[in-house]
Design a protein around this ligand. Sequence first.
Ligand code: AMP
Length: 691
Amino acid sequence: MDATEQSLRQSLSEKSSSVEAQGNAVRALKASRAAKPDIDAAIELLNKLKLEKSAVEKELQSIVSGSGNGSLNREAFRKAVVNTLERRLFYIPSFKIYKGVAGFFDYGPPGCAIKSNVLSFWRQHFVLEENMLEVDCPCVTPELVLKASGHVDKFTDLMVKDKKTGTGYRADHLLKDYCTEKLEKDLTISADKAAELKNVLAVMEDYSPEQLGAKIKEYGITAPDTKNPLSDPYPFNLMFQTSIGPSGLAPGYMRPETAQGIFVNFKDLYYYNGKKLPFAASQIGQAFRNEISPRQGLLRVREFTLAEIEHFVDPENKSHPKFPDVAKLEFLMFPREEQMSGQSAKKFCLGEAVAKGTVNNETLGYFIGRVYLFLTRLGIDKERLRFRQHLANEMAHYAEDCWDAEIESSYGWIECVGIADRSAFDLRAHSENSNVPLVAEEKYAEPKEVERLVITPMKKELGLAFKGNQKNLVESLEAMNEEEAMEMKATLESKGEVEFNVCTLKKNVTIKKNMVSISKEMKKEHQRVFTPSVIEPSFGIGRIIYCLYEHCFSTRPSKAGDEQLNLFRFPPLVAPIKCTVFPLVQNQQFEEAAKVISKELASVGISHKIDITGTSIGKRYARTDELGVPFAITVDSETSVTIRERDSKDQIRVSLKEAASVVSSVAEGKMTWQDVWASFPHHSSAAAEDE
Ligand code: AMP
């Protein structure tokens, strides 16, 4: 815990005791009918102590609520953002006229434009720059695919139920809310208790279901809506189930992620790529998760857009040729050790983090760096972006290492991109279940002499002993790994026979020495066959967009000072509308000129709005600021126009003919505003605004 917070909690507890003791003293004096001056002096001291206590309380409150802003401020800020977003149709609660359904949202016009800009930048930054192979697979997925991937058995969250009403809640969320609320709102807890709650928050991702249940009991947490007691936590599968075809007999699910579509296509994609590794495939599409109790608006929904990359790499060589391009980046990282020891995220140099082994390998590090560049170029504030490493139990058992890009919003730190080294788990699982080897080959320049295990089942003897089951015996013997085979060989040599479990027959049989030959032989090999590892960056597009809304939002007072005006400072890259075109006054020539510019903007693919309503310029700017429009063209003559940049409010003057191409160059990032500012007559004036 922060040293100041600790000493303030300590001091508050001492002040509370002094106030209580002095209160008792005053009461005792009054009861004993002490002299009035003595009572007055004691009351005066009591008031002084109360004042001191309240000063400490105030200071502590501002610290625990975070940089003096406080949870109330965070909520007020969120309300202002969300009001603007809903009013300007960035999003709409789905099925609103029927009172909506939790966890579903529609994107309205500006929301759609932003999403399309984010996805098109994603394609440029990842798919194009890295030559990825993009695929587009169905959302409905047959059960056997998701059984193989482990989702049918393990894609669960821990749920607790209200014992009386049956309402379900996510167990970890209840514990998190309890700890956060206690820490922020209950100033009477001791420094030790506060440290304990902070530790629970830091390590709860690591808890087993039993530990989580025990903490919920220990803290006496009840159902938030009714205060009824809660059940023990138990797993709830998050997939929406369906059936394929009219019979109802072919079970399927709405995919909970897009990755499986890529894995099942691995063989074709590998051939398409000329049988070369490494290569990456990507997919953008809808994912569906039946979240237990979706809250947090756009952040936790039941249907959302995922953009996923599966980068296939040789497990023996996870270096990346382009790693030097990102090695010098420095940003906030939160390694496992720092989390467990109660520290906070620190700035690390990515190259050093990989060299020291904090990040498992170069390819994983490369993607962390590329994700950092992607998010900050979109407009995410780099001081409110951190990469948090998964704790040991938080990671799947097969994963080598895993880092989440977390963005701070009014809801706290939110996982927006997961970047995991998933080893060879997924391809192996689908190989085993489909019987199609999903493997890669490395051809040797020179053949290599290698020792190989040779298992030769004696079909005749097996046939005589096991008759119709001979085929199962042959397959099971051939499927033994080296350790099992060598153990069998040793037992056969010492005892002449061995008990052997044939899993396809679900029984043990006795294998005799004459039924199988097991040996190791030197062989010349021309290639190595292996299952590639996969490094997977997985982007929750809706979460990134919501955080971007918060990071770009601000308010400023109107010129008259009587109103707060809302403003989204979207970078031109993501802004839903890049430019507005206004005639300064209503006259036919200006309107005609505005229409010509509008046509030219449309022909170069620049989203824009033409406003010929004749409202005051200040009001028009305010309206477009709420949509985050970065540029405004004002037609104030028949030959030239001004272009105003939203954040600086600076203006340049360009000829009517050049207007569309100048805006298009800055909106698409081919030129910066500084470049155009230097090239054209300009003035930094906001003279006509807010009138
Ligand atoms: P996961 O496969 O659970 O690591 O999720 C991948 C990404 O999907 C996360 O980093 C989130 O950005 C996003 N995501 C997961 N669950 C949700 C949800 N319920 N609503 C919106 N985005 C989600």
